[in-house]
Write a protein that binds this ligand. Sequence first.
Ligand SMILES: *Cc1c(COP(=O)(O)O)cnc(C)c1O
Length: 199
Amino acid sequence: MKPVYTYLTPGPSALFPSVATHLQNALEAQVPSISHRGVAFQDIYQEADQHLRALLGLPANYRVLFCASANEIWERLLQNCVAHTSAHLVNGAFSRRFYQFALWLQKTPYLNEVAEGQGFEISQMPPFPADVELLALTQNETSTGVAMPEADLHALARQYPDALTVVDMVSSAPYPALDYGLVDSAYFSVQKLLGFRLV
Ligand SMILES: *Cc1c(COP(=O)(O)O)cnc(C)c1O
């Protein structure tokens, strides 16, 4: 048997054991050849949507969007949901890159930065100005391994009720127990924990 490599890093990670069989089954059923507008594809899409809703406990009025990567999602969130100001809690490479995207897209983002390896004392954080449109929180800053407790994410969402609270759970989904009464959007990538093989 071939060795299985497990990396507790941003990636790459070994594929989940059933992936090879899924791919084989999909080829045998000619899934890659069916029309993306046909009923067969609609059924596949609907099944993925329903399973994700059940797994994450999404409210009925939330939508599931499939995008290319979290990098794309940062860009889409800023382009579609922010006219001027996003606010970023930065404590490592991934949270900093979301902030960088806001600068690249000519927004005027607010920044609260602590040293790499540190978390946030949210009760002592100076507040962001009231015109914040989007609050960017990173549940698990993969570059340092610092995680933000769900209670802190929710407290911040409550503190900025007029801002959209978006949570990066790229390397921790589906485990954070997010309250979607407070969190407006959350995103993850399949090449991180969700597709991870722990042996
Ligand atoms: C890997 C990672 C990203 C970027 O994900 P991609 O899907 O590769 O764009 C964003 N945030 C965190 C916390 C990550 O670990």
